[in-house]
Ligand binder design. Structure first.
Ligand code: AMP
Length: 580
């Protein structure tokens, strides 16, 4: 049959088989709210119906600016279910970038957390969003909910539509508001209260979109560290196949008996696709709200008996420190794996979780352009009884490609051999890899003439197909014409007992062009000298790889998704080393 692989098809399965499974959400006031999938999907239908009545049509972009929550999940499901495109906005971006992105995407409607209205207020005058729907724990009532909305009397409710469509059933104009135009959401329309919109909407009126699986279901923008952010569209088919692949036993093995807590923001590549995968396999989901600090994460992992979680290494570095500070305070007995990705996980981190807490790390490599998952470091059968050293060594690499993800690496003279030694830029292709950027006319240099995507990551590939990432091409240190892997140096430094975090960057050098500089954050109450740290590295690296200098810092700047921001470090140190 020519069966369409679509988000509605996934949700029909969730509804019929897993309606009793749960979605748990931590609200901004730290209280916990629980729903079943049945409740969530009823609310999804209400939201879908209401969005249709607001004039949203298939292909329209509906943006979200929100923390991780069940309402955000409802948007994840409702927007593609009516054929519209879920566009998750990165709430850590500067308002100028957000303005650019909203305009580039042509977002028509926005769903925003009340706590983020202030940020939205800076974007609003410069964009053309017709309706703004505000999620809050309760209806927004009272004289003021923040600078963006000005004086509000009575709840914010559904307005009539700019498009001239009929009003949201049951919603009335802002009652008692002395001047509705004083509280514009966008295009002069009042803000709409999410809960009231849902309450007034009839789930029986929901009409599921039946379209082509190649249509876009979602979109995200790249973080744009060089140049403007670029939009990436995810088709229904891509998301469904990505979810199927995530569920496989040699993958994340997601199943009905799992409880999943993504510590990945929901604006970062669809929370790594997990909300869709959990819906497909009936796994319970837990959302952390705005609380991503180590203590809050650990509390939720323990209280919700989470079996699988995922996030960038910096999250787990913090969690490890908290576990060490408060031994025995958190019961992680149910946690079977931590998925770590976004940047390289240091072997010392992987080892500490395994040895002290019996928890396996699964190293995942991927990109915004890849929905995001490309490779996974699942221990092969041949290593299951190997010495722990060997196991950690394997788990520190980025692993082998998922089914249908094809990989190759290219250096100056062509495709490199799979010998585990020769470095080259990784190229990929597959059903959930982007074929172009949104709104970028003409051929983009990131796509090869023969249909592969150039990742910008420099890797070696072993005979087994396991990749090891040496660097982003822009982060490589090119010393005397040879490449030095900053990732290898920094993950090794993070194995020193006194080191909390380390980042290695290239600094200019008069003779060698570039040399490595290590920026190190020490753990609380620990001391180490540069000489000690260099001596610690020395046995495992060629002499010319060792950093020329080690600088100590109180913290390493982070990107909006929690990775080390090396561009900021390069800027900070470039001048100092230029003159030396
Ligand atoms: P983003 O598009 O923001 O998800 O960033 C993608 C980039 O993050 C990749 O191109 C890699 O440079 C980096 N990255 C992702 N996963 C890993 C990993 N497991 N190890 C090292 N780098 C990673």
């Amino acid at each position: 049959m020519d069966y369409q692989l679509s988000i509605p098809a996934v949700l029909r399965r969730t509804e019929t088989l897993f309606g009793h499974k749960t979605v748990v959400s931590r609200r901004p006031d730290r209280t916990i709210v629980r729903h079943t999938y049945r409740d969530i999907l009823e609310r999804v239908k209400r939201l879908g119906t209401a969005l249709r009545q607001l004039g949203v049509r298939p292909g329209d972009r509906v943006a979200t600016l929100a923390w991780a929550s069940h309402q955000h999940l409802e948007a994840y499901y409702a927007i593609p279910s009516i054929g519209a495109v879920l566009h998750t906005l990165n709430l850590r971006l500067h308002h100028d970038d957000l303005t650019y992105i909203v305009n580039d995407a042509g977002d028509r409607v926005l769903i925003v957390d009340e706590s983020l209205l202030e940020l939205w207020d800076r974007v609003r005058p410069h964009v053309n969003v017709e309706h703004v729907i505000v999620t809050s724990r309760t209806s927004i009532v009272g004289p003021s909910v923040g600078p963006s909305v000005g004086p509000i009397v009575g709840p914010i409710v559904g307005p009539s539509f700019s498009s001239g469509a009929s009003a949201v059933p049951g919603a009335s104009a802002v009652s008692g508001a002395s001047d509705a135009s004083a509280v514009p959401g966008a295009a002069g329309n009042p803000l709409i209260d999410y809960e009231q919109l849902l309450a007034a909407s009839d789930p029986a009126g929901f009409v599921e979109w039946e379209g082509d699986e190649h249509q876009a279901a979602a979109m995200c923008y790249t973080s744009g560290t060089t140049g403007r952010p670029k939009g990436v569209l995810y088709s229904h088919r891509a998301i469904v196949l990505h979810s199927l692949a995530q569920g496989l036993r040699d993958s994340l093995a997601l199943a009905e008996d799992d409880t999943v807590l993504p510590i990945v923001p929901m604006f970062h590549v669809n929370a790594w696709g997990l909300p869709f995968t959990c819906a497909m396999f009936g796994s319970n989901q837990v959302f952390a709200g705005p609380f991503m600090d180590a203590k809050s994460v650990l509390e939720l992992l323990a209280s919700e008996r989470v079996t699988l979680t995922g996030g960038v290494p910096t999250v787990w570095l913090g969690v490890l420190q908290e576990l060490e500070k408060n031994p025995g305070a958190y019961d992680l007995g149910r946690l079977r794996a931590i998925v770590v990705g976004g940047s390289a996980a240091p072997p010392a981190l992987i080892r500490a979780f395994k040895e002290r807490y019996g928890i396996d790390f699964v190293h995942a490599w991927g990109m915004t352009e890849m929905s995001p998952l490309g490779t996974l470091g699942i221990l092969p059968a041949s290593l299951r009884n190997a010495p722990i050293e060997e196991q950690i060594r394997y788990r520190s690499k980025q692993g082998t490609p998922l089914p249908f993800v094809e990989i190759r690496a290219r250096a100056e003279h062509g495709i490199v051999p799979w010998d585990g030694q020769t470095m080259g830029e990784l190229e990929v292709r597959g059903p959930w890899v982007a074929s172009q950027y949104y709104n970028v006319p003409g051929a983009d240099e990131r796509f090869t003439g023969d249909g592969w995507f150039k990742t910008g990551d420099i890797v070696t590939i072993e005979q087994s197909g396991c990749i090891e990432l040496a660097d982003r091409s822009k982060d490589l240190v090119k010393s005397g014409g040879e490449w030095i892997s900053s990732v290898a140096l920094e993950t090794a430094l993070m194995g020193h007992p006194a080191v909390a975090e380390a980042a290695v960057i290239a600094v200019p050098h008069p003779k060698w062009d570039e040399r490595p500089l290590a920026v190190v954050v020490l753990k609380a109450e620990q001391v180490a000298t540069p000489e000690e740290l260099l001596a610690f590295l020395a046995p495992n690296f060629a002499k010319w790889w060792l950093p020329d200098a080690i600088e100590f810092a109180f913290e390493i700047p982070r990107t909006s998704v929690g990775k080390f921001k090396k561009s900021a470090l390069r800027e900070q140190f470039r001048d100092r080393y230029q003159t030396s």
